[in-house]
Design a protein around this ligand. Structure first.
Ligand code: NAD
Length: 354
């Protein structure tokens, strides 16, 4: 592996640890970007990487992203992320999860883990047998923790309303056309909330039957995954994959606003400027999609301090997402800088790197 400090994504990370446990076969990278605001919180990705460089890039980029996301969500948490390098068959064993839990525990609470791609609630439970520094554990109805999807969806829905108010000067969503990409946990939740407020939805999913079923439930239209980005609408809401906003993707858009939950929507930094040049209002992904991390972080903090958890506190914090977006858009309008650049600068200031 080439030295990671020569990586473009290296950003003065506080700690990057390579864990190799021969007995279980676990290979993992734990990256702490910043603990300026509190313990570095961010999920663990279980993935088969074609080469270790890809795993390192993910750990570096995703942990920095968590620093920004947690700071902008007003959480007393820093940014961290772990990746577990799986074999081609994606073998994940109890022994590997135990060894991973030990590695998290050895950091003594500087890193707090949670679910990410390839992880399940059951994995978090297994990890929690070895360390208390884990969140996203199964929750009873009405309790904190569990599936972050509905909380993420709530924040995105509120963010879309704020974007419509800012860009279109409208306080309601009646008849507002939204093209939504990805009808999974987050996208499905966003679509249902939008439909309740009278938005006119066009839906797409790579699993076409999923989009069709949701469209039938909500009285919406379904189109193919290839068509959704070019659909004429006021709001394009990406809730599937990252890196969809490149020259080609942005060129296809026929919308006034991009606001959705997918992580890392901009393929590269300059694509935020390209969106702004096209007059499209962008809701920085890590600001609008923070509902889930707000939920699991509060679950963790309550458990750590043995305090009762309050769902109203989670809701109140998610309700602050629109305000944060508005302050980004205002500064963007005043400075002429694109919304993503403004958001990054705000986040950097919050983590003491302004
Ligand atoms: P999910 O797996 O439940 O849903 C993703 C959906 O997107 C699936 O239905 C999938 O078939 C569809 N999809 C995949 N590729 C597609 C394509 N090219 N075109 C159209 N549809 C496609 O995942 P999720 O939890 O809903 O997460 C969605 C996005 O939001 C991801 O980028 C994730 O990183 C991000 N995110 C999720 C959360 C959360 O709380 N779950 C929090 C923050 C960010």
């Amino acid at each position: 592996m080439a030295a990671f400090w020569t990586e473009a994504d290296w950003d003065d990370h506080e700690l990057v640890q390579l864990v190799h446990d021969k007995a279980s076969g676990l290979t993992a990278i734990l990256a702490l970007h910043s603990t300026h605001l509190g313990p570095g919180a961010g999920g663990t990705r279980f993935w088969h990487y074609a080469d270790p460089q890809g795993a390192m890039r993910d750990a570096l980029r995703l942990s920095r992203g968590m620093s920004y996301k947690n700071a902008m969500a007003g959480l007393p948490m820093g940014g961290g992320k772990a990746v577990v390098l799986l074999d081609k068959d994606r073998t994940k064993t109890a022994a590997m999860l135990a060894a991973f839990g030990d590695a998290v525990n050895a950091l003594g609470g500087r890193y707090v883990t949670a679910e990410d791609v390839g992880a399940s609630e059951a994995d978090m439970v297994a990890i929690s047998k070895r360390t208390p520094h884990v969140c996203g554990l199964p929750a009873e109805e009405g309790q904190l923790g569990g599936d972050p999807g509905p909380f993420t969806a709530m924040g995105i829905f509120l963010g879309i309303k704020a974007a419509v108010a800012h860009k279109l000067g409208r306080q309601d969503l009646d008849g507002v056309r939204v093209a939504l990409q990805g009808c999974g946990s987050v996208g499905g939740g966003v679509a249902r909330l939008l439909a309740e407020e009278g938005a006119r939805l066009t839906l797409a999913d790579i699993t076409a039957a999923r989009a069709r079923a949701l469209a039938a439930e909500l009285g919406a239209e379904a189109v193919t995954a290839d068509e959704i980005m070019a659909t004429s609408c006021e709001v394009f809401s990406p809730n599937a994959l990252g890196a969809i906003l490149d020259e080609e993707g942005i060129g296809r858009l026929d919308c006034r606003i991009v606001a959705g939950g997918a992580n890392n929507q901009l393929a590269r930094r300059e694509h935020g400027t390209l969106l702004a040049e096209r007059g499209i209002l962008y809701a920085p992904d890590y600001v609008i999609n923070a509902g889930g991390i707000i939920n699991v972080s509060l679950e963790y903090l309550c458990r750590q301090h043995a305090e009762p958890c309050d769902l109203n506190e989670v809701r109140a914090r998610i309700e602050q997402i629109p305000e944060r977006l508005q302050s980004i858009w205002r500064e963007s309008d005043e400075s002429g800088l694109s919304a993503d650049v403004v958001a990054d600068r705000m986040a950097q200031r919050l983590i003491g790197r302004g």
